[in-house]
Design a protein. Structure first.
Lengths: 804, 459
């Protein structure tokens, strides 16, 4: 597309030059002239329904709606500030909007932050001439457990319905009826089951759509508001956190067109209670008879004692800040002298190290690249569940004309905008080669989004990276959790040091050794699975669990349990006490995202500043501070007196890594610089003993809303969107095995068995079965042996079989 | 000038005219043969020079509209026949179809040929069950006879015609709302530009024409543009069908040259006002055109002439009120119609029509205030030209014009606290009893506050 060039026009006597095609209302914004509006939203197509934004355009017979009229060269525009007719028209539209509006601002959640209230004050008539009875409705209309609709407040701007149509594609709500009875509604018996439903609340310009989590909870003026970054997934959404008396009452999206546009997923919006839960850990605990509260000094000196001269292993979760991850990486290497550190649970692909190295050192793809791509290949990713805002960006790209391909064993919510190629779990990369010609055709305008599923299949991530390199496409290996990318960059990885430097490459390791002023172990360490194995065999005596609960998070519940039973010392660093208090020997209270400074690095590699929104509860503190103190206690001071110290050190190591001509993984491959596999890789896995009669490949990954701990306390969110456990099976397999939709089936794998209701759907590849990772009453890792893919047999449950 | 011979209604006396046989017997489908032998551009040129202007109300030159259709977009071209005739007082399309459906079919085929369209749609008003059936039959006959389908009359020209029935919404007569509805969406008008000629049905170039407009086309091709242009007055050429209703002795559709005076239509064709009463007010083009009075009976019923008199020709639907009729009541009923039919998309129309019904009802029932009259005028000004489509402009017309000509009657309602004509008009008793509780489906959705006219929409 050729750029049509700039256009100069005059608004209220001031000249402004904008891109051709710009709407008058946007051009006015550039001049700081605010034209009132309701239906207009910069991320939605113009609809010109509310008629609030009238302006006069010289030469036009009628007033024009500035939200739908593009600028033209030499155009002369008058707004309400310079033209009486415009002012009168705007006032009259506000009068119309208010005649049936209840004016219940004192009890309305929007009161004090309401565009209708604000604009009525600024531009509206002071008094109403309407003396008739107002239109009323039964209220509120529950659209879902999360979203309530008070129709009498609605101004029918259709922002919410257009969001569902144009942005999320989840067209649950629609305008019903007509004329003065027109109203937003939902089909009888339906729930607004969109994981993006909360955005409609935020963009509602009145108090018609409200969050049931926030209804009558606060007034804008008793909120303390702060900027933050979403702690859930790696999308990096910019948050506004509202606190009332120190407690979070809501998350809102902050606009950032480079990241989340103006959107949040419902998890990011509604799962905010976890840091105010009663099980918050607020003091160090040490196991004497039971877990007893102790001082930090006492706890740290005990832990340092356990570690002295003993083998230590470190497992980290995916939600540490960049600084915490860096400090932990350094702690493990310099204090405990070990590379047995990993933040990846169950990604067993040693050959992915090369791809991961690229991700640790460079930022090859951004949201903007996705948005402007001509071709997007999504492989091994269920974007809506795993990276919901990236999912919206893919949809946006598709609206802009991008061709989208999805390669995934299970149909994803991109089905309506993408060409879907189904495949068995593990065959993603092989299937992708069929798109070589398409990728090559789009060249650098193609983006390959490689999802976490690829790391389940040895070689898959690397194969995708190679395909991308050979066709000229941009490639990114996606991570799922908010801290994953930062952890990778920090070297919470057995084979990688900060900046993606490889442990076993002397020159690369030396750069870190110089920076840290100490020699480092030069053998790659154990990965998560092997750390747990070693712990189970007491080859590791002290197991650090930093924001991770292997019993939930590791794809082999049995191994996790054995490791926790056998390792002599388990040190838990976490914000919440409950889950791991049964086996922890020491617990150190970490500050959640609200209570610390730092950064989260999103899937793009964009580090975004996280600020403390409130002081830590009790003795909780940032993990990096805990690690620093521990290093001092253990006699190996890491030297971090402040966050600035950390930043300086990190910047040195990361920048020199980025400058070190590391390039993308493909470039490295081209240079013949093949990574060798870490020694002993793939060593002592559980031998896969597929049960007799196994014929299906079972795979699992987490759905957006599940039993994850960060959703604890978000009961309405779970009511609205959490699914009961199920097993998905293809109709052909179901028929062959005598499995009926909705009926219970028995799953058997080498690791265990489960009974779940069947969901027969052609949305899953034939030969595969899917179970969600962690839904109420079911944990998929009881069926797994170290990988999220395993062989399984399926049969109707015994009761079913005898009944049949 | 020679006496006018009916053109569009020439076959109306013939009981066989609705059949293919009857139509062909009286020269039907000869124009099509002629058109197919012409270059499509020549057909457009012929229609252009006939001066034919759209009969749906806007009066846009038909040939010009056709010539706007781009042929190089790589997209199909569509022809859509607007048979959603719903304007109160307008019933000529309906009778045209009931009595002579092939005339439209032939006109539509010629139009499609001219703009190189291969699929045409007829959007039929939902309530027109019988006319729709008649037209369906005619289309089937035309297929059978080879006037539709593949290689029409050996010309190599293919055309399919699909009849689509609406679901009962006045707004779907608005061309972009019609397209939305035809595509399966809510019948609400679309943002323009792009205009339908560029991006209409399925975002492809689209011609939308009224039934009467297309019914003229075979005659233009058959007898020539010059002949057509010789009928009528000024820039309103050809014959037109005028729907005359209300307090006249012989309500009905009357064909006359465009530009015939209202007096001739009302007093001549329709037999004058009933019971020897006098005309009090009349609409020239359905209830959405400003009312005129007895003063205006000598206005020529042409597009420009009626506009010069302060109203619009609209759909040529003349609703006649006599001196016994309460203007406020009539306007209330008109306004209730527009409040029913407002699609709800834009604020001034949705809220303005609702507000107006309330004020008018109060005034009509004797609970008005003097300031209500000015209120209605200013609210009307706030609606006029400020809504998304022309529906609200139409809704304002009767209110504004009635206050202009009959302000004293409004004031009399307020002064007396009742309708001054009540004794003479027993119907009004029933009318005033209309307002009441909610009914039907609406009550389930909106238990309070919504009054009966919305209940009728939904119930």
């Amino acid at each position: 597309m050729s750029d049509p060039g700039p256009v100069t026009l005059t608004i209220d006597g001031k000249e402004v030059t904008v891109r051709a095609g710009t709407l008058i209302i946007r051009a006015a914004e550039e001049l700081g002239i605010e034209i009132p509006r309701f239906c207009d939203h910069p991320l939605l197509d113009p609809v010109a329904a509310c008629r609030q934004c009238y302006v006069k355009v010289e030469g036009q017979r009628k007033l024009m709606t500035s939200c739908s009229t593009p600028v033209a060269d030499g155009m002369v525009v008058f707004t309400q500030f310079t033209d009486e007719e415009v002012k009168k028209a705007q006032t009259s539209v506000l009068e119309f909007l208010l005649i049936n509006h209840p004016l219940d601002c004192p009890v309305c959640d929007r009161g004090g932050e309401c565009p209708l209230q604000d604009q009525a004050l600024a531009f509206g008539p002071g008094e109403s001439r309407y003396v008739e009875a107002k239109r009323t409705y039964r209220k509120p209309l529950p659209l879902s457990p999360l979203v309530a609709l008070d129709r009498e407040r609605c101004v029918l701007c259709a922002r919410c319905t257009r969001f569902c149509d144009q942005i999320s594609g989840d067209r649950f709500i629609e305008l019903f009826d007509r004329g003065a009875a027109e109203q937003v509604s939902i089909a009888p018996g339906e729930d607004f089951r969109s994981p993006f439903s909360g955005n409609t609340i935020q963009i509602c310009p009145v108090g018609a759509l409200t969050a049931r989590t926030y209804r009558f909870a606060a007034r804008p003026f008793d909120l303390v508001t702060a900027d933050s970054i979403c702690p859930h997934c790696a999308c990096g959404c910019n948050l506004r956190v509202d606190l009332r008396r120190g407690e979070v009452v809501r998350h809102l999206a902050r606009d950032n067109v480079e990241v989340n546009d103006a959107w949040l997923c419902d998890k990011g919006r509604f799962a905010f209670s976890f840091s105010d839960r009663p099980d918050r850990l607020t003091t160090p605990l040490l196991r004497e008879r039971g877990l007893e509260p102790v001082s930090f000094a006492e706890a740290l000196s005990a832990i340092a004692g356990w570690c002295r001269g003993k083998p230590v292993g470190v497992l980290a979760g995916g939600r540490l800040s960049d600084e915490d991850a860096y400090a932990l990486s350094k702690l493990a290497r310099t204090t405990f002298k070990t590379n047995d550190v990993d933040h990846r649970l169950g990604s067993s692909d040693v050959s992915a190290v090369e791809a991961e190295t690229g991700m640790a050192a460079a930022n090859p793809v951004t949201y903007r690249d996705v948005e402007r791509a001509r071709l997007i290949l999504v492989v091994g990713l269920d974007a809506e569940n795993e990276l919901p805002i990236l999912h919206l960006r893919i949809r946006k790209a598709s609206r802009r004309g991008a061709k989208v391909f999805v390669i995934h064993p299970r149909r994803t919510r991109l089905w309506d905008v993408a060409e879907h190629r189904s495949c068995l779990p593990g065959e993603e990369a092989a299937t992708a080669t069929s798109l070589r010609a398409e990728l090559a055709g789009a060249g650098a305008e193609a983006v390959v989004l490689a999802g976490p599923r690829l790391l389940q299949s040895p070689g898959a991530a690397q194969a995708m990276a190679t395909l991308a390199a050979e066709t000229g496409a941009r490639f990114v290996l996606l991570c799922r959790r908010a801290g994953d990318r930062g952890a990778l960059r920090a070297g919470l990885h057995p084979a990688l040091l900060p900046g993606g430097r490889r442990v076993e490459e002397d020159d690369e390791r030396a750069a870190v050794e110089v920076g840290w002023g100490t020699l480092l172990p030069h053998e790659p360490g154990r990965d998560a699975a092997r750390i747990l194995e070693a712990a189970a065999h007491r080859e590791i005596e002290v197991l650090f669990l930093v924001g991770v609960d292997p019993l939930r998070d590791f794809p082999d519940a049995t191994l996790a349990r054995r490791a926790l039973e056998n390792a002599p010392f388990k040190v838990v660093v976490d914000a919440s006490a409950e889950a791991m208090s049964s086996y922890a020997d020491a617990m150190l209270p970490a500050a959640p995202y609200l209570e610390k400074d730092g950064h989260y690095t999103d899937w793009e590699g964009r580090a975004q500043r996280l600020r403390a929104v409130r002081p830590p509860k009790g003795l909780a503190r940032s993990e990096w501070e805990i690690f620093q103190e521990l290093s001092e206690t253990a006699g190996a001071d890491m030297g971090f007196r402040s966050l600035d110290d950390l930043h300086e050190e990190m910047a040195n190591l990361y920048q020199s890594a980025a400058l070190g001509v590391r390039g993308g993984p493909a470039e490295r491959r081209g240079s013949g610089d093949q990574p060798t596999q870490p020694s002993g890789a793939g060593g002592t896995r559980h031998p896969e003993k597929p049960p007799a009669g196994s014929e299906l490949i079972l795979f699992s990954y987490p759905l957006l809303i599940d039993e994850g701990r960060l959703s604890d306390g978000a009961d309405l969110l779970r009511d609205a969107l959490e699914e009961r456990p199920f097993v998905e099976i293809h109709p052909a397999d179901a028929e062959r095995l005598g499995v009926a939709d909705g009926r219970p089936v028995r799953l058997q794998t080498a690791a265990g068995r489960a009974e779940l209701p069947a969901r027969v759907t052609d949305g899953i590849a034939e030969g595969a079965v899917f179970v969600p990772w962690n839904q109420p009453g079911f944990a998929a890792n009881t069926l797994l042996s170290g990988s999220a893919i395993t062989a399984a047999s399926v049969e109707p449950s015994a009761a079913e079989a005898s009944a049949g | 000038m020679a006496e006018f011979q009916p053109v569009l209604t020439a076959r109306w006396g013939d009981p066989e005219a609705a059949t293919l046989h009857g139509y062909e017997r009286t020269g039907g489908y000869q124009a099509l043969r002629k058109a197919l032998s012409m270059d499509p551009a020549a057909v457009i040129e012929e229609v252009k020079s006939s001066g034919l202007r759209g009969r749906g109300g806007a009066g846009f030159p038909t040939g010009t509209k056709w010539s706007f259709i781009p042929q190089d977009t790589g997209k199909p071209v569509y022809v859509v026949v607007n048979f959603d005739e719903s304007e109160p007082g307008t019933f000529n399309n309906r009778e045209l179809i009931e009595r002579d459906p092939h005339q439209l079919v032939e006109g539509a085929i010629i139009c499609a040929y001219a703009v190189r369209c291969r699929t045409a749609f007829v959007y039929c008003r939902g309530e027109f069950v019988w006319p729709g059936t008649v037209l369906e039959r005619a289309i089937a006959e035309a297929y059978e006879a080879g006037y539709l389908g593949k290689d029409i009359l050996g010309s190599g020209f293919d055309l399919d015609v699909i009849l689509h029935r609406g679901a009962g919404a006045y707004i779907c007569g608005e061309e972009t709302a019609l397209l939305e509805s035809l595509e399966g969406f809510r019948g609400q008008p679309r943002l323009r530009p792009p205009f339908p000629a560029v991006e209409g049905l399925y975002r492809s170039p689209t011609v939308i024409n009224n039934v009467e407009t297309l019914s003229c086309v075979p005659h233009i091709i058959d007898r020539g543009a010059r002949w057509f242009a010789s009928i009528g007055a000024g820039k309103s050429t050809g014959p037109g069908i005028f729907s005359v209703s209300g307090k006249v002795n012989r309500p009905g559709n009357y064909e006359a040259p465009m530009g015939t005076t209202a007096r001739e239509l009302i007093e001549g064709h329709a037999g004058g006002v009933r019971d020897g009463k006098r005309v009090k007010a009349w609409t020239p083009g359905g209830s959405s055109t400003p009312l005129l009075t007895a003063e205006h009976l000598d206005v020529q019923m042409g597009f420009d002439e009626v506009q010069a008199a302060g109203s619009l020709l609209g759909t040529k639907a003349m609703i006649v009120l006599d001196e016994r009729d309460c203007v406020v009541d009539a306007v209330l009923r008109f306004t209730q119609f527009y409040a029913h039919e407002s699609c709800g998309k834009c604020t001034p129309c949705r809220e303005g029509t609702w507000w107006m019904t309330r004020v008018l009802r109060r005034v009509e029932q004797g609970r008005g205030r003097m300031e209500d009259i000015d209120l209605m005028q200013t609210v009307g000004q706030n609606m006029l030209f400020k809504s998304f489509c022309a529906l609200a402009d139409g809704a304002v017309s009767p209110i504004d014009s009635s206050i202009k000509y009959f302000r004293d009657e409004y004031e009399e309602h307020v002064r007396l606290g009742r309708c001054p004509l009540r004794e003479e008009s027993p119907r009004l008793e029933a009318a005033s009893a209309r307002s009441g509780g909610t009914t039907g489906a609406l009550a389930q959705v909106l238990p309070e506050g919504i009054e009966v006219e919305l209940g009728e929409v939904l119930g």
